[in-house]
Design a protein around this ligand. Structure first.
Ligand code: TXA
Ligand code: MG
Length: 331
């Protein structure tokens, strides 16, 4: 199915109506959010949600985020709305922060993967907001990619993975990596997934926030799906310290391994015969995140065999990007 552009300043009402009809009829629609494109289904309809898992080939133990218009709508899917949620929603919604809270009955069991909690967020993208308003139901939406693959930040990325899908096109995503996920369902808030809303920003509003304990062993996972290889391009991806990048690329030149490189300072990398694809990335973490998935999609499209990513700086600002790339590098 084709891509349907939707200009929020001058929306084509027919397109919007058609998308909402599909969703109310238990079909899937991909839509833009400020983070990445989502694969949406009516969160209250078990049949519709099942289609997400089938299309993405996503394991059923990995729960979905429910997208809502605002705080009021969020309260229709959660059992309680504590002061911490209130304060965070006032500060960061609509925006890239998902809150995990005890679930309310009515939310499809597959949305929560059988957990007693549910993740909710109000997206900031005007097209996502229009769609939520038009269809009048909360939308379960994971990133609109196949399980473990690269997340989409354009409508074209989505259509590349799912050619038959109805895709609303709202342009390239401004944030570029998935939302921060914060678990408010236990005694201490836990940051399950780093994103554009930082731990420091959250701490400033609600006080201390913990990190997931070591769940690599047999302990139950705080967020199913958190540990797998994820966000990965087809090419094998390696994170390389800046001082080793030159040698590593040279080796691939000798062995004729077509490589993609993401570097913040690519000026003296040698690329004889133009074998490799060298992408100069932004210096700033926010801009880097916005460009990241599109750059990786492009290197896959070039059929690079290997992707060498120059190691990112330490520090809080880079945490979301570091998290995604280290999981993309997992075997
Ligand atoms: O930015 C985003 O969050 C995007 C856009 C489309 O909104 N969505 C997204 O969804 O990244 P997805 O399915 O790719 O990631 C959802 C994450 C997973 O890591 C999942 O384990 C976690 O949220 N999650 C969902 N419900 C949860 C729950 N009840 N408890 C703990 N973690 C949960
Ligand atoms: Mg995803």
């Amino acid at each position: 199915m084709p891509i349907f552009p939707l200009d929020p300043r001058n929306p084509d009402r027919d397109v919007l109506r058609r998308a909402a009809e599909l969703l109310r009829g238990a079909e899937l629609v991909a839509f833009p959010t400020e983070t990445v494109y989502g694969l949406g289904a009516n969160a209250l309809d078990e049949n519709a949600v099942q289609k997400i898992f089938a299309l993405k080939q996503r394991p059923s133990y990995n729960p979905l985020i429910v997208h809502v218009e605002d705080e009021d709508a969020a309260q229709s899917v959660v059992e309680s709305w504590p002061q911490s949620a209130r304060d965070l929603a006032r500060e960061f919604w609509p925006g890239p922060l998902s809150l995990v809270l005890p679930r309310r009955a009515g939310v499809s069991d597959s949305v929560t993967a059988g957990l007693k909690s549910v993740a909710v967020r109000a997206p900031a993208h005007p097209v996502a907001q229009m769609l939520l308003r038009e269809c009048g139901v909360p939308l379960a939406a994971p990133s609109a990619n196949r399980f473990t693959c690269l997340s989409p930040t354009t409508a074209q990325h989505v259509a590349g993975a799912f050619p038959d899908l109805f895709v609303l096109d709202g342009g390239a995503c401004a944030v570029g990596i998935e939302s921060t996920v914060l678990d408010l369902s236990g005694a201490t808030p836990i940051l399950l997934r780093p994103g554009a809303v930082s731990q420091a920003q959250i701490v400033a509003i609600i006080g201390p926030v913990g990190l997931p304990s070591d769940y690599s062993g047999d302990a139950p996972r705080p967020s199913p799906g958190l540990v797998e290889k994820h966000y990965a391009p087809r090419a094998e991806l390696f994170i390389v310290p800046p001082n080793q990048l030159h040698a590593r690329l040279e080796k691939n030149t000798v062995s004729n391994r077509k490589s993609g490189v993401l570097s913040r300072d690519a000026t003296d990398l040698k690329n004889p015969g133009g074998l490799h694809h060298i992408v100069t990335m932004a210096q700033d973490a926010i801009d880097y995140a916005r460009e990241l998935y599109a750059a990786l999609h492009a290197l896959d499209a070039e059929n690079c065999v290997e992707i060498l990513v120059e190691e990112m700086p330490d520090g809080e600002a880079w945490r979301g990007v570091r998290d995604r790339l280290s999981r993309a590098a997992k075997k």
